[in-house]
Design a protein around this ligand. Structure first.
Ligand code: PLP
Length: 410
């Protein structure tokens, strides 16, 4: 695919035509969807895969002797294999998404490994999903949450992260990309430094997987977590990538069907990983949809996608910089996925609502990352989150809409 952000690229035209939601109109205007950091629209290929499961072999997995159950099990496990391969290998546990994966790790690994006085190190950039489970764990286990600060541009530097590691740090849990500012963190270097000090590492990959090729082994973390709906798959599916040895060493989290090998009233024994962590009937259609999403992304090529998004982000930053009264919040040199901004004298929620009248969908608020906004002196921002399928014409129309909003608001 061409890296030029114009919509004239025929491959891009075909890709856009294959994402049904993009043909919607909103308030009688063509939809310009720039809220991809919240969730991405689903391509027809993903919808078709889910529909095939729901309509043709809507059976449970791992427990039936009949044909439909065999087909469902094959599709579910084959999706797991393809998704794990997309991330460079490793064991993949399906979860509802990033939040559930982090809670799984906090409850299973955290309860067993952490004790009084131990420290968990996160960064100032984290989404609430990578803050609150650790606060709850700290309350239960008597450990402490430490924060690696960012600089005033919203960048997390390796030296700041390293300086925050102590002899008591047992876990480093950090994001690869900030959903609020778009900051790309030096996560591979941070993980390398932490692991050299014997610290277990967790990478929140929710905003990495839609925007860059991810090789979990190359990042070198112990846990990598992500959400399907941020990478063109349905909601309610995501996962945790780790090693068999690590997952084997962890106690089960939730109990129920599928996660057991044997059950008696006296005691139960556990299934092998990854199923040990998949209690109950899983989101089978979601997993199949996520498998289709990684196939779709592989066809596009994550390097192509990343190059195109870099051009779109650069374009949008320049457009915002050219508008009086607009201030970009967070100006890191390494950016992916998102641009936060405020307009002098206007509440971000009003900016979002007025842009919606122009058909432009953005997010406004604290982006479930209140601490980083507060760190940069804001309680809320407007956030433009483009994806590779957006066009420069859409960005131009967004700039025009922002200028109109400012004119109308006065
Ligand atoms: N982490 C980051 C960086 C995110 O952007 C998000 C969602 O916005 C999450 C975690 C939580 O993801 P989910 O709600 O899919 O579990």
């Amino acid at each position: 695919m061409s890296h030029a952000p114009a919509s004239s690229c025929p491959e891009l035209h075909a890709i856009r035509a294959g994402i049904p939601a993009l043909s919607r109109r909103v308030h009688d205007k063509p939809l310009i969807y720039l809220d991809n950091a919240a969730t991405t629209p689903r391509p027809q290929a993903v919808i078709d895969a889910v529909l095939a499961y729901e309509s043709t072999f809507p059976a449970n997995v791992h427990r039936g002797v009949h044909t439909l159950s065999g087909e469902a099990t094959h599709a579910y496990e084959d999706a797991r294999r393809r998704i794990a391969a997309f991330f460079g290998g490793g064991e993949l546990v399906f979860t509802r998404g990033t939040t559930e994966a982090i809670n799984l790790i906090a409850s299973s690994w955290g309860e067993a490994a952490l004790g009084e006085g131990d420290e968990i190190l996160i960064s100032a950039l984290e989404h609430h999903a990578n803050i609150v489970p650790w606060q709850l764990l700290c309350e239960r286990r008597g450990c402490h949450l430490r924060i690696a600060d960012v600089d005033d541009t919203g960048a997390l530097r390796l030296d700041a992260a390293t300086a925050a590691m102590t002899d008591r740090t047992r876990l480093l849990a950090m994001t690869g990309v900030s959903n609020a500012l778009g900051t790309v963190t030096p996560i591979t270097e941070i993980c390398r430094t932490a692991r050299a000090r014997g610290i277990t590492t967790l990478v929140d990959g929710a905003q990495m997987t839609p925007h860059m090729p991810v090789d979990v082994a190359a990042i070198g973390c112990d846990f990598f977590v992500f959400s399907g709906h941020k990478m063109y798959a349905p909601t309610g599916i995501g996962g945790l990538v780790s090693s068999k040895a690590m997952l084997d060493s962890m106690p089960p989290w939730q109990g129920g069907g599928d996660m057991i090998r044997t059950v008696s009233f006296a005691e139960s024994t556990w299934n092998d990983v990854p199923w040990k962590f998949e209690a109950g009937t899983p989101n089978i259609g979601g997993a199949i949809g996520l498998g289709a999403a990684v196939d779709w992304l592989s066809t596009i090529g994550m390097d192509n996608l990343a190059n195109r998004e870099a051009a779109l982000l650069g374009d949008m930053v320049s457009r915002l910089e050219s508008i009086d009264r607009v201030q970009i919040v967070g100006t890191p040199t390494q950016r992916a996925g998102a641009i936060s901004f405020v307009i002098e004298g206007m509440h971000p929620a009003d900016v979002g609502a007025m842009l919606d009248r122009h058909g432009v969908a953005i997010r406004a608020g604290h982006h479930c990352a209140q601490p980083i906004l507060e760190r940069l002196g804001h309680s809320a921002t407007a956030r433009i989150a483009p994806a590779f399928y957006n066009t420069s014409e859409e960005l131009e129309a967004t700039e025009v809409a922002i200028r109109r909003v400012i004119d109308v608001f006065g």
